[in-house]
Ligand binder design. Sequence first.
Ligand SMILES: C[S@@+](CC[C@H](N)C(=O)[O-])C[C@H]1O[C@@H](n2cnc3c(N)ncnc32)[C@H](O)[C@@H]1O
Length: 497
Amino acid sequence: MTTIQLPDVTVTMTLVATLQASLPHFGRMIDQCGHPAPALRQLGLVHWENGRFDAAAQCFAAALSLAPQNPDLWRDLASVTSAADRDDEALTAIRTSLDLDPLNAQSWQTLAGVADRLDDVETAEDAYRRTIALKPEAAAAHLGLGLLLFRKKRYDDALTAVRASIAHDPVNGLAHYALGHLSFIVSDFAGCARAFDEAARLTLPLDPPTRQKRARALTFQAMIEGSVQDALRDYAEIAGEDREDLEIIARDAFSVLSAAGHLETAAEIGRLRLAEKPNDPVRRYLLDAVLGRAMTAAPMEYIETYFDQFAPQFDSKLLETLQYEAPCRMAQLVAGHRTGFRTMLDLGCGTGLAAAELQPLGTSLVGVDLSAGMLAEAARRGGYAELVKAEAVAYLKASQNRFDLVFAADSLIYFGDLGPLLRAAAGALVPGGLFVLSIELAAGEGFTLQPSGRFAHSLEHIRSTATDFVVLETVESRIRLEAGRPVPGLYVLLERR
Ligand SMILES: C[S@@+](CC[C@H](N)C(=O)[O-])C[C@H]1O[C@@H](n2cnc3c(N)ncnc32)[C@H](O)[C@@H]1O
């Protein structure tokens, strides 16, 4: 922690004498307070109010040289040094203030703000929560906590905090603005539009992306409550100059509303979209998924078309928006048991996110995928001895005893019955070889096609179909976010008998 050097008392007294001589008001303040420290603090506050942060910090430091046990002075020093972008000093000052007075809500809030600026999330969250425990009506602390949790993509907790802030201070436009964005993420479209309207009423007009989101929210809500066609027809008028391509609105409405569980509305949109392009394999398959049609795997032409289109945005969408971390977590799971693999297979390698994780575990890595677009991204990323465009089961069947590790991150979600794939994987592995995979967890037994177009499996289904394997370890984890909420999943490590 940075140390703060306070001026020597004699230096401070010389400053006090100079100020007394040049500022009559300062002299009167000393007379009133009977001590120079409060007068220096008052002068510091005046500098602070006028944006002269360095001058204010100098006054507070001088006052502290005369009254080093005063926690309020330390907090003032923390606030102005933070305002002057000297956050390390601010941290030392506010910690000193809290050592002297640990039950001061304002000081905890100052610490929260400083730690938040320093991106020390743990300290900031803890400090916001302590502020709130000491002063439950501290609306700014609730909001600070809400915005921090929003940035950390903990959307439900963020919503609770932002709502608490609004309950204590209903006229803060920023809180309504945050509520609008959060409500959209968790698919509360009516709440989103209401919050944005309130934010606009209380503060400034909304920025164009927010106005677009408001128009989407009103349109999605109208689709849920009435007819999809009417809502699409009215969209242009609602969005005005911010309107987006209607095709994109319909596509996004379909995926957002199916993820949010509005399956009838999503099916209505899906039928309209399929009628426009009856031969589109993506539109057909996703409508089938929303309608709950029985299927044993996603069709190959869907996989190819969908991932070819998705490839350029895949990494940013998965890593930033959806918080996807399966490759890293699965590599850790494997490394906990064994390393030093000779030949490794990344099955459904996609853009190659796993390559960097797998490199330390073995010598040679092969990537296999159906989508040429995804393989092109993997080639750009590098790390593979060979990249092959092939269907997973067909490739495995042709690779007898070739691999000592098979790695399938987020790719078995496109298979229903895992029996054929697990048998083919057993054939492709050397005896004792490892197979690590991720699944989305099904609520019941067996497997189920979800409205997202991805399959979810039970551990029971894996156990009953992986007859050539021993289950070495399973780890429950969230796979990614969907509609702002974690998707429950499982990493499974199997050993070939
Ligand atoms: C969600 S991505 C995951 C990519 C990568 N494993 C990762 O963790 O980033 C699923 C990948 O599996 C591929 N895939 C799905 N079904 C496949 C199949 N039957 N054969 C080969 N690849 C398949 C898709 O093309 C896509 O690239």
